[in-house]
Write a protein that binds this ligand. Sequence first.
Ligand code: NI
Length: 152
Amino acid sequence: MALRNIVKEGDPILTKVARSVLTFDEKLAELIDDMIETMKNADGCGLAAPQVGILKRVCVIDVGDGVIELVNPVIIDQKGEQREVEGCLSIPGKYGITVRPKQVTVRAQDRHGNTFTITGEDLKARALCHEIDHLNGILFKTHVIQYVDPEE
Ligand code: NI
């Protein structure tokens, strides 16, 4: 495993639509392992492959109850609304209140290509939405209704 460099806002890869993963091989496993290590090292609760310069539909999240690996994730259901503070490892120091669904259900594949569904609420729902947005070239700023000062 190795730490990968997290690209920052302004890098054009962050605004591109990532490609679907078709091959579930050792290279994919290595990417996922590296992303998990990079996310933990940066103390983040989610990371998407474009953030490490790889334009593939892969993301990882960990909101405190274990790592979830998602390949080719799609939101298949959403309920309610939440307004909470959000940030992004690619936009350091910037935080804002976003409008997100309170609950989302996502269908994805694991590193072996097996399909699963996962439902997340609150922070997990935000993380799922945020990381899937990254795969579509969308940054959280799109959803911000008010920026907040992290010092307050
Ligand atoms: Ni982000």
